[in-house]
Design a protein around this ligand. Structure first.
Ligand code: NAG
Ligand code: NAG
Ligand code: NAG
Length: 352
């Protein structure tokens, strides 16, 4: 007996049963509704759904790029409810992008429906911009790949930024831009770019710190150093911490050692040169830098001579006296002064 349909039973009277076997017409599967192409963000849910008519039983198989779906039950979830068949990816990955096929077959035939899925990255800042210089123009750029973007909104610490004034926003070629002109220290904060497009609303945030670039408040002075003594070069600096101070002599960088000590204390940067000698004369530079800039102050350092009498010789003596036993002979013109002249050493000072 060929039984491939329903059984129809008809009761004629209480004693007689007549059985009619009527083959029921078989309908091949038909897609009543098909999924639209979809773009979703990485990590979001992708759902492909179609409604299929046709004689049961329907054998529904999902394929991706003409291959059976990998057997990863948590990643792909196929289900059906009545004639609605669903393939769900709870958390889409970039690799899930591709052409999906729903292949349905029954005894009467097969049907296929195709669906393109595109999984795109969330908006992201083009390059991490941590610190910007006060007074400069800061440009925050956020890429939005994939579908055409519709709208972008910028927030600073959760309050929406109004454009105009120092702020300008743009949205072009998949990049949302915020420009802040004449950056102020108070512009520091958490900037968020929220993008609305056909995949929904997504945002990205970045912490921006505005820093004061280094400056020289008080320049190094061109000075004369006393031979044998400690020569000190000093300048006053300003700028956002951390400030890095380096010193150069005739363009060559100096490091702290027996000869030089590099000291930074608050806003004062100083270089001490031990037992100054003629080789220590030259051009000295103090370079101050931080994350957002640098500043330089220069000075020429020359040695002093006996000729700077009488302003300097005492200092010279004071340095010498610390290091050696000294015989001092004073002259008035060509004439040596005798012991009867009252000459005294006290606290390393020579007094006549
Ligand atoms: C769909 O299923 C039918 C029957 O199982 C098969 O012959 C056909 O090759 C399938 N199509 C694809 C694209 O795999
Ligand atoms: C934003 O928040 C940070 C951290 O709380 C704060 O330091 C900054 O001053 C805030 N900026 C604005 C403009 O409110
Ligand atoms: C910045 O703001 C966003 C959105 O409100 C929030 O999710 C994020 O945690 C904040 N980031 C920082 C560093 O405060």
């Amino acid at each position: 007996i060929c039984i491939c349909g329903s059984l129809l039973v008809k009761l004629i009277n209480t004693d007689l049963f007549l059985f009619f076997l009527i083959p029921v017409e078989q309908f091949p599967p038909v897609f009543i509704s098909k999924p639209d192409p979809q773009t979703v963000y990485v990590g979001k849910r992708a759902v492909m759904q179609c409604v299929i008519a046709g004689t049961a039983p329907l054998n529904v198989v999902w394929l991706k790029d003409n291959q059976a779906l990998p057997k990863v039950p948590a990643h792909y979830q196929s289900s059906y409810e009545k004639n609605k068949h669903t393939l769900e990816i709870p958390s889409a990955e970039a690799a899930d992008s591709g052409l999906y096929v729903c292949n349905v077959s029954n005894k009467a035939g097969t049907a296929e429906c195709h669906m393109e899925l595109c999984v795109i990255d969330k908006p992201n800042f083009v390059r991490p911009l941590a610190s910007v210089a006060q007074g400069s123009t800061a440009r925050l750029q956020c890429t939005i790949k994939g579908s055409p973007e519709l709208h972008s909104t910028w927030f600073l610490n959760n309050s929406e930024l109004s454009t105009g004034g120092r702020h300008a926003v743009g949205l072009k070629d998949g990049v949302a831009t915020l420009e802040i002109h004449d950056v102020l220290l108070t512009d520091s904060g958490n900037y968020t770019c929220e993008v609305l497009n056909e995949c929904g609303c997504e945002s990205c945030s970045i912490k921006v710190t505005v820093k004061e670039p280094p400056s020289i408040r008080k320049e190094l002075l061109s000075t004369e150093a006393v031979r044998g003594s400690v020569a000190v070069l000093e300048c006053e600096i300003a700028g956002s911490a951390p400030l890095e101070v380096s010193w150069k002599k005739n363009k060559k960088r100096l490091s702290s050692d027996k000869k030089y000590s590099i000291v930074s204390q608050g806003s004062l940067a100083s270089l001490e040169i031990q037992s100054f000698e003629s080789a220590d004369t030259g051009e000295y530079e103090c370079v101050v830098s931080n994350e957002v800039g640098s500043a330089t102050s220069k000075s020429n350092l020359a040695g002093d001579y006996w000729g700077f009498w009488p302003d300097c010789w005492c200092k010279w003596l004071s340095a010498m006296l610390l290091t050696a036993d000294l015989f001092v002979q004073m002259f008035n013109g060509q004439t040596a002064l005798t012991d009867s002249v009252n000459l005294c050493f006290e606290y390393a000072m020579l007094t006549l």
